[in-house]
Design a protein around this ligand. Structure first.
Ligand SMILES: [Zn+2]
Length: 345
């Protein structure tokens, strides 16, 4: 399978995040992509860089003021104090219910809060460069599919599926899956399906397309009553307006094992076929793995082969984007299992 990759991802390398009240080393590291790259190269997959700039498609997916903030956020942080070069900014105040989000505050930390759903998206000097490179890969991959490729895997990080139209969250800044889906639409696909198999609900992807009938969004994930992102991902969220009926959430209890997970996958696949989607974007999170340090599902390596096989049976042009997965050393082999299952399926 064709793998699209850019070394620019490594520019995003924050040192710390907050976890259960403690400042801890980041789970989302450049090593994740390095493990995947190593495993896919060892598997003989073809590797190429991006060939298309994503700027125009980005403006269809994210708000102009959010993109302007994200592109300059680190420079703004440094402008406050040169000593910030070795410190990370974190939001500490958010415009929740009854507070205004239409006005952009002058205060940097207040702006950071305005454009964040949590304090789980640490910024670093290279965040924009890495996130933009991921979007370039997504648009480039859509181009490859429209020119006849059967499947493309975007080896991207930071991940994207928690990022909404105007906010970052959960390690995500730019929604690569949404960018890919939008690019596919603009390249002539009439109906695109975005299937999110990450452990965590793809809240950003859902919200970006929630009122659209041209992009079907489906997610199987840990039940948001107990699992991040908590405030979206319930079964009764089915779309709105023209998009009514075009969102399918399949929340599963923490601790879900292989059988129930594949039943949910099958339900999603049946929906994709019924919707006659003509291209498939897969938000490929691998934090459903039993060994993942921050998740509770119990998939084994061989189950990822089964996932690839099931997706291949959908028989649609397929664009994979890498999302979560924090058992870094097994991330590469698990990704290779999905692609192997797909190619042999
Ligand atoms: Zn995840």
């Amino acid at each position: 399978m064709l793998i699209l990759h850019s070394p620019a991802h490594a520019a995003h390398a924050p040192a710390f995040e907050f976890f259960r009240g403690e400042r801890v080393p980041c789970f989302e590291t450049p090593a994740r992509a390095a493990f995947v790259l190593q495993a896919l190269q060892a598997g003989g997959h073809e590797l190429q860089g991006p060939d298309t700039d994503s700027t125009r498609v980005l403006s269809q997916v994210h708000s102009a003021r959010y993109l302007a903030f994200l592109e300059t956020a680190w420079a703004q942080w440094l402008a406050l104090d040169a000593a910030h070069a070795v410190r990370q900014p974190f939001p500490s105040v958010w415009p929740v219910r009854s507070l205004r989000s239409d006005l952009e505050p002058d205060n940097f930390i207040a702006r950071l809060g305005l454009y964040s759903m949590d304090n789980g998206s640490p910024l670093s000097a290279g965040t924009w460069a890495a996130a933009k490179a991921g979007a370039d890969l997504a648009v480039s991959a859509a181009g490859r599919l429209s020119r006849g490729a059967a499947a493309v895997f975007c080896l991207t990080r930071p991940p994207g599926h928690h990022a909404g139209a105007d906010f970052m969250g959960g390690y995500c800044f730019i929604n690569n899956a949404a960018v890919a889906a939008q690019a596919l639409r603009e390249q002539g696909c009439q109906r695109v399906a975005v299937l999110d198999v990450d452990y965590h609900h793809g809240n950003g992807t859902q919200s970006i397309f929630y009122e659209r009938a041209d992009v079907l969004t489906l997610s199987l994930h840990g039940d948001p009553r107990t699992e991040y992102p908590f405030y979206l991902g319930h079964a009764d969220e089915t779309g709105a307006g023209p998009g009514q009926g075009c969102n399918l959430n399949l929340p599963l209890p923490a601790g879900t094992a292989t059988g129930a997970w594949f039943d949910a996958l099958d339900t999603a696949c049946v929906r994709i076929e019924a919707a006659r989607s003509d291209a498939l974007v897969v938000s490929l999170g691998l934090d459903t793995f039993a060994g993942d340090p921050i998740s509770t599902f119990r998939l084994q390596a061989e189950d990822f082969v089964g996932l690839g096989t099931r997706l291949k049976r959908l028989a649609r042009p397929t664009l994979f984007v890498l999302e979560g997965g924090y058992a870094a050393s097994e991330l590469g082999s698990n990704a290779a299992c999905v692609l192997g299952g797909f190619e042999q399926g």
